[in-house]
Design a protein around this ligand. Structure first.
Ligand code: FUC
Length: 790
């Protein structure tokens, strides 16, 4: 805490702003008034803040991932959605009714198997950091509010009269605090306070001294006693800070730094979700004090290095010059004929998706929920929880392909901790070993079904989550992860399904029963998605079992897989059937297209190896139509990319940007739901690179709208980092960085023409193989000139 102006650091930051490319900056020429549509998100995975950038009154709305109502300790008790006794008899009777292609209305099944969510809880807003600035005189001009995705810093700049004002904010992962810095060329007179939402009370304490001041807020949620605390440190370079009621006042002719920390006494451990003896106030104080030992420049440097180390790995260039208009205008005019502006928005949106994942999912905290880490409500939509019939999974689709595997750390921890309660769900509902769960979960280990008839039943959730673990192994080739983290989760989910499948009297195949295609249609036995997810799990588990040396288990899984209905039936109008009985209606435009799981994120449907199934999937997608909710459109980008139809995938991206994207580029369901941002980010990569079939496929679904461009740093299965550039003649250069030694197969149109290769290649035509050496960088370059005009 040195009382000295820091103009040099300020200048450095200023230069950085000027140089940052616009494909990494969201910017606006007025303050935000709407939290959902306009404010800008910053975060470190655990703490999220929404920046409004008001001139006279700044608002930073704060959330901390573990501040939830409900759960253990709630008045009236909490359960995990599980019945006390086995439901075997009930399940038997429902299964009996579903024999021979019979259907049951969801309401009827929900009445019997559904359970009321009891004190499930909601994700809460932590509060608002409010800063009023008095004495500003004169007209406001040159206003700019921006989010720099490259540095992870939000900034507000404007002139007021003769004063130049600049504010910077970031949430640091290394220092676990939010940091702000306010500069002004004139005297600053500020009033800072922290307001908790009106439905809660909190104690506020102030201490003001010569070197700065502290404001501490602490309390406990009334419903469940969860304790929380925030601490605001105000550290001016000069001037004075004084206590004023529940606020701190600062006056001085110099910049001011503030540090906000926030903690609760939550821990992610079933069933003890409160850390024994933890004092959130002491932890918040320690966070703040620790951060305050570093000056602003150092805090910014530590944050920037940490952020860029992740964000800087991938670079997409769609050949567009930087956009000159503000981001809200860029989005509003998207699709109106200016191709360069459209490409600029697509690049920015892609970068924003990567940014959001870094900001909302970092090791040591909970995974990104339906709103990432951001929330301003006491009762947010769907409790801002973890839905596992698409949404949580979609959040993590970019983590491997966009080279952000570290962001999945919270997902591994979260799923791990669900295995224990999930064993009870498996036993009580199915009398089966292993673990499972249903539609949704919260931070309190909820694993039972709920009672919402059209969504409540999805026991395939654990199998679907297990896919993420195996995929991480496929991308990283990390055998330790496979053995110690992936295998226990996968094996438990597999044990569950080995026991829970039943024989279908129609054809003697093993099926899931009762089975429900997410949020759609009747209950039947063997709906496509149920079967496809279990088939995907068994395929992965058989491979993983061999890799970890569990041969007996692999043989058991193989035997079950041979008898399993794979859920891939083509119906009477050429569609891929959503149910084993052909019930599909060609006029249906339901948002869930669950029966295409095997196309994406599964891999059983592939246009090259099984064109009939791919054609049926295409038929299904054509009849369902493109328009839908944000996440549904995002999923369809991935589907069309897997069908190798780049133009259609791009059309979906267009629809998403035009109709399901808010001015701050957040995805809207509506309302705001972050999964679409993540699904589309992964989809853009899926258009350029795929690797689900033991080969690296280059530009599998390149749209005409992207005649030239480049991407680098993206990941293929097999621990390969890929870069490429293309033009109207196709791929120009391909680079592969092999993390592991071994055979690599590449499918690239490049190999069809004249090219130079740094690796001795085997094979002919577009598919070539070579043996990679770990750590080697391979370059394949087209040597023929491109005559085709752009
Ligand atoms: C699933 C979807 C809804 C919504 C909810 C959070 O249930 O069907 O559309 O996305 O999750």
């Amino acid at each position: 805490m040195k009382n000295k102006p820091v103009p040099i650091l300020g200048l450095i930051a200023f230069v950085a702003i000027a140089n940052a490319g616009d494909d990494s900056i969201l910017w606006y020429d007025k303050p935000a008034t709407d939290w959902e549509k306009e404010a800008l998100p910053i975060g470190n995975g655990r703490i999220g803040a929404m920046v409004f950038g008001g001139v006279a009154a700044e608002r930073l709305q704060i959330a901390e991932k573990s501040l939830w109502t409900g759960g253990p300790g709630t008045e009236g008790g909490y359960d995990y959605g599980l019945p006390a006794e086995s439901q075997a008899a009930l399940m038997g009777s429902i299964r009996g009714k579903l024999l021979d292609g019979a259907t049951l209305a969801p309401e009827e099944v929900a009445k019997q198997l559904g359970r009321k969510m009891h004190n499930y809880g909601d994700y809460q807003s932590f509060g608002d950091l409010l800063i009023e600035s008095a004495g500003g005189e004169g007209e406001v001009s040159d206003y700019r509010r921006e989010l720099d995705l490259d540095t992870g810093v939000a900034r507000v700049k404007f002139k007021q009269g003769t004063n130049g004002i600049r504010r910077e904010y970031f949430v640091s992962y290394p220092d676990q605090v939010l940091v702000g810095r306010w500069y002004s060329t004139g005297t600053q007179k500020l009033r800072l306070r922290f307001a908790v939402p009106g439905n809660r009370s909190a104690q506020t304490q102030l201490e003001a001294g010569s070197k700065g001041a502290r404001l501490s807020v602490s309390g406990a949620l009334k419903s469940n006693g969860l304790r929380y605390a925030a601490e605001l440190l105000v550290i001016p370079d000069c001037g004075s800070v004084t206590a004023d009621g529940d606020a701190l006042r600062f006056e001085g002719d110099c910049p001011l730094t503030f540090i906000l920390s926030a903690r609760t006494n939550y821990q992610m451990r079933y069933p003890d979700y409160r850390e024994a003896g933890a004092d959130p106030a002491a932890r918040a104080r320690a966070d703040g004090n620790d951060a305050a030992t570093r000056r602003y420049g150092l805090l910014a440097q530590r944050h920037g290095e940490d952020h860029r180390q992740l964000y800087g790995r991938v670079k997409l260039d769609l050949g567009s010059p930087a956009a000159k208009v503000s981001t809200d205008r860029l989005r509003a005019s998207y699709g109106s004929g200016n191709a360069a502006a459209d490409r600029a928005l697509e690049q920015l949106y892609f970068n924003f998706g990567r940014y959001l994942l870094i900001a909302s999912s970092r090791a040591g905290s909970l995974p990104a929920n339906l709103q990432g880490v951001w929330n301003d409500k006491a009762t947010p939509p769907w409790n801002a929880d973890y839905h596992v019939n698409i949404n949580l999974q979609m959040n993590y689709w970019p983590s491997e392909v966009a080279n952000l595997a570290e962001t999945a750390g919270p997902l591994w921890d979260f799923v791990d901790h669900l295995v224990e309660p999930g064993k009870l769900a498996a036993q009580r509902y199915f009398g089966a070993p292993g673990w499972t769960m249903f539609l949704n979960t919260n931070i309190w280990g909820y694993v039972g079904p709920i009672d919402w008839p059209t969504a409540f039943w999805q026991p395939e959730a654990s199998a679907w989550l297990a896919q993420h673990f195996y995929e991480h192994y496929l991308f990283s080739r990390d055998e330790k992860f496979l053995k110690t983290r992936a295998w226990p989760v996968m094996k438990g989910a597999t044990e569950f399904w080995l026991a829970a499948l039943v024989v279908d009297p129609r054809d003697g195949k093993l099926v899931v029963s009762p089975s429900y295609s997410p949020e759609h249609g009747p209950f039947t036995a063997g709906a496509a998605m149920s079967q496809q997810i279990v088939a995907d799990l068994f395929t992965n588990a058989a491979q993983a079992a061999r890799l970890v040396g569990d041969k007996a288990f692999a043989a058991r899984v193989d035997a079950a897989l041979a008898k399993l209905d794979p859920g891939l039936h083509i119906g009477k109008w050429g569609q891929l059937q959503e149910w084993k009985v052909d019930l599909d209606d060609p006029k249906d435009d339901h948002r869930h297209v669950s029966h295409l799981f095997a196309l994406h994120p599964g891999r059983a449907i592939d246009p090259v190896s099984n064109p009939e199934l791919a054609a049926a999937a295409r038929k299904t997608l054509d009849t369902r139509g493109d328009a839908s909710t944000g996440w549904s459109r995002a999923w369809k980008i991935n589907f069309w990319a897997r069908l190798r139809d780049g133009d259609r995938a791009h059309k979906l991206l267009e629809g998403l940007l035009r109709d399901s994207t808010l001015p701050n580029l957040w995805d809207t369901h509506p309302p705001f739901q972050i999964d679409g941002n993540f699904g589309a980010t992964a989809g853009i990569i899926e258009m350029l690179l795929q690797s689900q079939h033991d080969e690296i496929q280059v530009l599998p679904a390149l749209p005409k709208a992207w005649p030239k461009g480049s991407i680098s740093g993206i990941r293929a299965r097999g621990d390969v980092t890929v870069g490429m550039s293309w033009d109207t003649c196709g791929i120009r250069e391909l680079t592969l960085d092999a993390g592991h030694a071994g055979p690599v197969a590449v499918r690239a149109a490049l190999f069809d023409g004249e090219f130079q290769s740094a690796a001795p290649l085997k094979g002919k035509g577009v598919r070539r193989t070579f043996t990679a050496r770990a750590g080697n960088h391979y370059v394949f370059t087209r040597t023929a000139a491109c005559a085709a005009a752009l």
